[in-house]
Write a protein that binds this ligand. Structure first.
Ligand SMILES: [Zn+2]
Length: 470
């Protein structure tokens, strides 16, 4: 099909999805969301190039309309939205022919769990598909929310589960870069040091008024910046981005880029006291590492808007950004902060307690990275949160894992009673109880995965088998 013809054949759908997306997000549609929707309508990889300009133009047009007008128009185009079952799988990415550079950026409040893997896997898979680089970036610029053991665990488990980690970046090792960008923004008039009391600034923000610090000359701002690095106390000064105090969304009005935290950093000690906020450090690193496509949790939507403003101020092209919904578990706790507390209280033996959904435990039980890849492929780039029970989640995961283990695991005869040639083995069950059976095991080494006939799969970890699933 000719370029023009193809774009025309999709043009009504483009309009329909752009309107739908705009109405779902305060009147602002995004190119990436429309592309994703078209993929589910059957758009092919080789067609992206020809429809992309049309999408860009349509999104621009629709975003310039007010919401009432968008609602009206949507009624006209709504029927273009398919009711048929969506195609599953990861959609093709725009401008990916020469490879993509992606990243997954956990904070070290704990090691990786199944929620992290779901968010990070698409970025890893796209690099496997198109070529390029996949970075892990540990976002540790808040000294108050760090589990020191997480650094090493994240590195080890990310390398295991993703298999294609190009490099590990640790943000707290990069403070000088953030400072350099901070100075650039100040010098260009895009940032200022605000010494207003937090309460007072909140009031100003609410009433869309500018604070007195905002329009001080650049030389004064640079002086204040030096004071921020050395003299001001915690809470006395904040580096702010000069967006606008008139913006509709209050979280975008002259948002903070960096603040002073005196607390000792677990990795850097007392070396630094000015710490960037996520919107800022993420923008700097994405620029410096040439990230081309970002796939991240949808709760970062506002943060992405702030980053886009920073990119614009610095004259850089913003990466294509896709947002993911999360798994919301009905009956499974995955918050690192909460679990850390339970470990401290000895309710769990550690991050690798067999009852926990952390990779430290799942790897020991015999779960395979490919099973997590399959899970991510099924989920695609859906922005919808998936409410799921622990049982249903693991039924899906176990099915994929079983397919892989069928080829790998060694089948083993078992018996409830002692028989010749059988020896007693200990199996750690998923509820943390120990089961003893007799089995005919020979030449089994640490880390081997076996299939105990009549019981299920398990992996040997120093004298005890960690049960995986039936
Ligand atoms: Zn101020």
């Amino acid at each position: 099909m000719k370029k023009k013809k193809l774009a025309d054949s999709f043009s009504k759908k483009i309009k329909a999805y752009a309107l739908k997306n705009a109405l779902e997000h305060e009147g602002k549609a995004r190119i990436e969301s429309v592309l994703n929707a078209l993929f589910h309508e059957g758009l092919k990889k080789e067609q992206i190039k020809s429809v992309l300009p049309k999408i860009k133009k349509t999104v621009e047009e629709i975003n310039s309309l007010d919401i009432e007008k968008q609602k009206q128009l949507f009624k006209e185009f709504e029927r273009e939205i398919s009711r048929r079952k969506e195609r599953t799988g990861l959609p093709e990415l725009p401008e990916a022919e020469k490879g993509v550079i992606t990243r997954f950026a956990p904070s070290p409040s704990g090691p990786l769990h199944i929620g992290h893997v779901a968010t990070g896997m698409p970025s890893s898979l796209y690099v496997k598909k198109y070529g390029g680089k996949f970075y892990i970036r540990i976002e540790d610029t808040n000294p108050k929310n760090i589990a020191p053991e997480a650094y090493e665990m994240i590195e080890k488990e990310a390398k295991w589960v993703f298999g294609n980690v190009h490099a590990i970046i640790v943000q707290s090792d990069r403070l000088e870069h953030y400072y350099r960008y901070a100075e650039e923004l100040i010098k260009k008039g895009f940032a200022y040091i605000c010494t207003c009391e937090a309460e007072k600034f909140r009031e100003l923000k609410k009433s869309k008024k500018e604070c007195p610090c905002r329009n001080l000359p650049v030389t004064e701002q640079m002086d204040r910046w030096k004071k921020m690095l050395h003299d001001y106390k915690e809470g006395e000064a904040v580096l702010r981005f000069k967006s606008s105090m008139q913006l509709e969304n209050p979280s975008l009005r002259d948002f903070p880029l960096a603040r002073i935290i005196e607390k000792e950093h677990p990795r850097q000690g007392k070396k630094y006291r000015v710490w960037p906020l996520m919107s800022f450090s993420v923008a700097v690193d994405d620029i410096e590492y040439g990230i081309t496509h970002v796939i991240r949790a949808k709760e970062h939507r506002d943060s992405a808007k702030r980053q886009e403003m920073i990119y614009k101020a610095l004259g850089k092209k913003f990466p294509y950004t896709f947002f993911l919904g999360r798994y919301k578990f009905k009956d499974l706790e995955i918050s690192c902060t909460k679990i850390r507390k339970l470990i401290q209280e000895r309710k769990f033996s550690g991050w690798d307690d067999i009852r926990l959904p952390f990779l430290a435990s799942l790897e020991k039980r015999g779960y395979q990275p490919e099973a997590f890849e399959k899970m991510a492929e099924v989920r695609g780039l859906s922005e919808v949160d998936k409410v799921i029970s622990k049982e249903d989640y693991f039924e899906l995961l176990d099915n994929f894992n079983r397919e892989i283990l069928k080829e790998k695991a060694l089948p083993i005869e078992t018996s409830e009673t002692q028989k010749q040639g059988f020896e007693e083995v200990r199996i750690l069950m998923p509820d943390a109880t120990e089961k003893r059976i007799y089995a005919k095991i020979q030449n089994i080494k640490d880390n081997d995965i076996v299939y105990f006939k009549g019981l299920g799969y398990a992996k040997l970890n120093k004298d005890i088998f960690w049960f995986c699933h039936r």
